[in-house]
Design a protein around this ligand. Structure first.
Ligand code: HEM
Ligand code: HEM
Length: 204
C-alpha cells in the first residue's frame, strides 16, 4: 500500500514540481507522507471500529480475549502512527481550502479535522488505560514484546476506561461519517478537486 501511495499515487507531482514525487505538503497540495498516513490510518481506524464491534458482539465469549488482544495490538500501532502524524502536521504547511470557501465551512472543516485527531488519540489512550487496569492486560504484542502499561489493575477503573473507550469510539465514528459526507459533497456537488488532491497529490 505504501509503495502504491509513494509511487503510483504521486505521478502528477505538485504545483511547483510537476511530475516529481513530493514528500512534503505545499500551500496547495498534500505530499506523499501526509497522503500515506491519511489513507493508512483511515483504513486502520475504520478497521478497528468494525473489528471492535464484531469482537464484542459476535464470537463466543471464550474467544474474545484473543480478538481483543489483536484489536489492542493494532490500536497501539495506530497510536504510534498518530503521534508521527501530529509531528508531520506541525512541520508542514497545510494546503489552503479553495478561494471563496465560506467562513462557516472553513470553521467546520478545521473543527472536524482537529476533533478527528484529538478523539482518535483519546480513544486509543483509553483503550491502553483499560488494558493496564484489566486482568489480564492486553500488553503482549503479538508474542514479540511487552507493551509497557501506565495504569495498574483495578476492576472499577478498568470498567470506567472501557465504557469511555466505547462511547468515544462511536463519537469518533459519527465524526468520520460527517467527514466522509463532506468529501463526497466536494467530489460530486462542488467538483472542486478536494478529494482528488488527497488521492494523487495534485495541486488544487
Ligand atoms: C483509535 C483506535 C481504536 C478504536 C477506533 C477502537 C474501537 C473500539 C470499539 C468500536 C470497541 C467495541 C465497542 C463495542 O463493544 O461495541 C472497542 C473495544 C475494545 N478496545 Fe478498542 N479501539 C481503539 C484502540 C484500542 C487500543 C489502543 C486498545 C488497547 C491497548 C484497545 C482495547 C480495546 C478492548 C480491550 C476492547 C474490549 C473492551 C471490552 O472488554 O468490552 N482499543 N474498541
Ligand atoms: C475513507 C473515507 C475517507 C475519505 C473519502 C476522506 C477524505 C479526505 C479528504 C478529501 C481530505 C482532504 C481535505 C483537504 O484537502 O483539505 C481529508 C483530510 C483529512 N482526513 Fe480524511 N477521509 C476519509 C477517512 C478519514 C478517517 C477515517 C480519518 C480519521 C479518523 C480521517 C481524517 C482526516 C484528517 C485529520 C484530515 C486532515 C488532513 C490531515 O491532517 O491528514 N479521514 N480526508
Amino acid at each position: 500500500m505504501l509503495a502504491f501511495v509513494f509511487c503510483g499515487f504521486s505521478e502528477r507531482g505538485t504545483d511547483k514540481h510537476p511530475g516529481k514525487t513530493m514528500l512534503k505538503n505545499t500551500e496547495r497540495s498534500w505530499g506523499a507522507v501526509s497522503r500515506a498516513l491519511h489513507w493508512l490510518l483511515a483504513l486502520a481506524i475504520l478497521g478497528l471500529l468494525a473489528y471492535g464491534w464484531w469482537m464484542n458482539h459476535v464470537p463466543a465469549r471464550a474467544d474474545r480475549f484473543f480478538h481483543r488482544s489483536i484489536h489492542a495490538n493494532i490500536g497501539y500501532l495506530v497510536l504510534l502512527l498518530m503521534v508521527l502524524r501530529v509531528i508531520w502536521v506541525v512541520v508542514n504547511p497545510k494546503p489552503a481550502l479553495p478561494a471563496g470557501t465560506p467562513k462557516w465551512e472553513r470553521v467546520l472543516a478545521h473543527a472536524n479535522q482537529g476533533l478527528l485527531y484529538v478523539l482518535t488519540i483519546v480513544v486509543a489512550m483509553l483503550g491502553w488505560a483499560h488494558s493496564g487496569a484489566h486482568k489480564p492486560t492486553y500488553a503482549d504484542w503479538f508474542g514479540l514484546f511487552r507493551v509497557p502499561q501506565f495504569t495498574s489493575q483495578n476492576r472499577a477503573a478498568s470498567r470506567f476506561y472501557e465504557n469511555w473507550h466505547i462511547y468515544l469510539a462511536y463519537a469518533l465514528l459519527a465524526l468520520i461519517v460527517l467527514h466522509v459526507a463532506a468529501a463526497l459533497y466536494h467530489r460530486f456537488v462542488k467538483k472542486d478537486g478536494m478529494l482528488e488532491r488527497m488521492v494523487d497529490g495534485r495541486a488544487q
